[in-house]
Design a protein around this ligand. Structure first.
Ligand code: SF4
Length: 699
């Protein structure tokens, strides 16, 4: 117990995909709850470390400003009347216009239990796969790349691999700011073993470069060319693992032929630096390649992922200690969302929506009346369908798309024109909640119970240690209540553990169908065991999968062999021209999270970078007449943002960077995603958030 009488609770941080264990000790003697925060030394993600965002969690739990009651058309309302309205409006819309006229847009910050119920309701009972998630903006390209190469969406590495590697390649990943504890773990490993090398591939010289032995500031969007060049070098240097390729891989020759046709000049890199990188990779057995949003957020994101996977498959560096490609997810439960089928093109437990056997199995398991039989609308298409009137009712849960989606002004206009918008959130004041007809108060971190999966497939408990604020309810509970009011059975859950047991059992069925996501060993977990559940990496299996897990002899394709794909460089789709001559790159800062709904509550976090900014090279700043700390207008064909100028030689000439967190109506205004075009990767549906043509001028 802490000094204030509250018991200490082991839970996890609600921010990034590292998934750090946190010990929270509330003090109920204070007028508003105060919470002491410490890193959990027993949690294998962080062993007690926390970054500044995690350390400041206690400053973000106040109920001040929280939405405490349901609101219908701006008026306080009772739960029963409100949920009756939501259920009847959705039911009537479906009856009149069909199941595809409604949609759910959810979040990588939901707990797996919330996510599972949302997915079950839409795909098995409404009969539409129009459920997508803000994870589409984060890692959909990794999912697509994994499925093309491995047959399933499996991350084949662990954090320990990063520490054991002799070469860590970080590409499209500012780990120091976006996954700080993972960065700290690599830094500690490198300090203990200085022969370990780190290569950082990023157009910007970020804080992550402090750890790098080599920085490759490649031209935006040229990753496929660089990794194709690497594959060709692997073949030339004799680093191909012939035995592994022969036994486990299809497509080597075609992938290599595509790679050998590469024109490395598109990377705009120093030839000596490229040669050094290739030499290090070819000669270092224990290599891990970490990639993140800089790879994923691209119109060629899935191809970039496969270009990376090709290099690891050719060298057989996968599924062994200290080796492997490693996609680091942005959000705390992007992985859990993938596991329970939260994307518009997936079923629960890594089963495939396009596979009739998989659909039948899930429908039977759920005893579902109808089953979606085609992929639903992915995030960008979903909001376009809202705008065109094809979707007439949408329920947005735990996310703020009016700030975070590309073409954010169009998303705003679409919601303004939509017949019926429901938002579940902790606050009624977000840019999105302000447009809703119905706002439902949801519990938040510290108030809710369930599980999350971090970037290394580790399932951890998130536990409640605070009472629910006002009348707020858990997302799984709200969704289940609406489902029951729509007349559906199968949603009689009383606690999150009921849901967990159900999807653990479903995962056993999936394993029998040859899928990798298998936690059937937890399907009979007791209430007490769930309460005490320690962080565990899946698979936790009761099902014999023929020893087919990675590194043990197989992949989850039909023939058990991985696939190398021939990929070729495609530049970003937006074109720089005289009117819009610069590339705008967007990303995160160290101390804020998403649209700042929580992190803005901490003065300490706000002190790091107090306002949105535009990073620009000194040569460009001079040419444009921009002085440090002056205001600049950044304009794309979609709109203008006004930002504080930060002159720095950390980025390439002709390119600017702005953070994605801020909104606001007076200068500086940082709703930067209003400038980003809704261009997506044709395979993954992930938007191109890293390369928008813009012009910059003094404000
Ligand atoms: Fe939270 Fe990520 Fe920081 Fe860990 S590294 S404390 S999960 S934000």
């Amino acid at each position: 117990k802490g000094a204030g009488g509250g018991a200490s609770t082991c839970t996890t941080c609600p921010y990034c995909g590292v998934g750090c264990g946190v010990i929270a000790t509330p003090d109920f003697t204070a007028p508003t709850p105060r919470v002491e925060i410490a890193g959990d030394t027993d949690h294998p993600a962080n062993f007690g470390r926390l970054c500044v965002k995690g350390m400041a969690l206690g400053e973000t739990v106040s109920t001040e400003g929280r939405l405490l009651h349901p609101q219908v058309y701006g008026q306080k309302a009772g739960w029963s009347q409100t949920l009756d309205l939501v259920a009847s409006r959705f039911a009537k819309t479906i009856e009149k216009h069909g199941p595809d006229s409604v949609a759910l847009y959810v979040s990588g910050q939901l707990l797996s239990e919330d996510y599972y119920v949302a997915n079950k309701l839409m795909k098995g009972f409404v009969g539409s796969a129009n459920i997508d998630t803000n994870s589409r903006l984060c890692m959909a390209s990794s999912v697509a790349g994994h499925k093309r190469a491995f047959g399933t969406d499996t991350v084949p590495g662990t954090y320990e691999d990063l520490e054991e590697a002799d070469l860590v390649v970080l590409t499209g990943s500012n780990l120091a700011w976006c996954h700080p504890v993972l960065y700290q773990r690599i830094a500690a490993a490198k300090a203990a073993r200085p022969t370990m090398r780190v290569v950082n591939i990023d157009p910007r010289r970020t804080a992550t470069c402090d750890l790098s032995d080599l920085h490759l500031p490649l031209a935006p969007g040229s990753d496929v060319a660089l990794f194709n060049g690497l594959l060709a070098a692997i073949a030339k240097s004799g680093a191909v693992d012939d035995s592994f390729v022969e036994t486990h891989v299809n497509g080597f020759d075609a992938a290599l032929a595509a790679a050998q046709a590469v024109d490395l000049s598109v990377c705009d890199l120093d030839a000596g630096d490229i040669a050094t990188f290739f030499d290090w990779f070819c000669s270092t057995e224990k290599t891990v390649t970490v990639y993140s949003q800089g790879v994923n957020q691209s119109s060629a994101g899935a191809d970039k992922v496969n270009a990376i996977l090709n290099c690891h498959l050719a060298t057989g560096r996968i599924g062994r200690a200290g080796m492997g490609p490693f996609s680091v997810t942005g959000q705390p439960n992007a992985m859990g969302g993938r596991e329970v089928g939260g994307l518009a093109n997936m079923l629960a437990c890594h089963l495939d929506l396009e596979n009739a056997n998989h659909r039948d199995a899930v429908q039977g398991f759920w005893n579902a009346p109808v089953m979606a039989d085609k992929a639903g609308l992915k995030a960008v298409d979903m909001f376009e369908a809202v705008g065109s009137g094809k979707i007439k009712a949408i329920w947005i849960i735990c996310t703020n798309p009016v700030v975070s989606m590309p073409d954010a002004d169009a998303v705003k206009a679409a919601l303004e024109g939509c017949d019926f918008v429901v938002v579940s959130d902790m606050y009624a004041t977000t840019d999105t909640a302000r447009l809703a007809h119905v706002v439902l108060p949801a519990t938040g971190w510290g108030e809710k119970d369930g599980t999350v999966t971090n970037s290394e497939r580790r399932i951890s408990r998130q536990r409640a240690f605070l009472p629910s604020a006002g009348e707020s309810r858990h997302d799984w509970d709200i969704l289940s209540d609406v489902a029951r009011r729509m007349g559906f059975s199968g949603f009689e859950y009383e606690r999150p553990v009921d849901i967990f047991r159900e999807y653990a059992a479903l995962s056993g069925l999936a394993a029998h169908l040859g899928r990798d996501f298998d936690i059937s060993g937890l399907k009979d977990i007791t209430d007490a065991e769930y309460e005490a559940l320690q962080p565990v990496q899946w698979p936790v299996s009761t099902v014999k999968t023929g020893g087919r897990f990675f590194g043990q002899g197989g992949f989850f394709t039909e023939d058990g062999r991985a696939r190398m794909l021939p990929v070729t460089h495609r530049p970003p789709q937006g074109k720089r021209a005289r009117k819009y001559p610069m590339w705008l790159n967007t990303g995160r800062v160290r101390d804020h999270w998403h649209t700042m709904t929580r992190t803005a509550l901490s003065a300490r976090l706000g002190g790091h970078l107090a306002e949105p900014f535009l990073e620009i090279h000194p040569v460009d700043a001079k040419a444009l007449g921009l002085k440090p700390a002056s205001l600049a207008d950044v304009t794309s064909p979609r709109g203008t943002a006004t930002l504080r100028v930060l002159v720095t030689d950390r980025l390439r000439q002709g390119e600017v960077f702005a953070p994605m967190h801020w909104t606001g109506e007076t200068a500086p205004t940082g709703r930067i995603d209003a400038l980003v075009a809704p261009i997506v990767d044709p395979v993954s549906g992930q938007p191109e958030s890293k390369a928008t043509p813009v012009r910059v001028s003094p404000h």
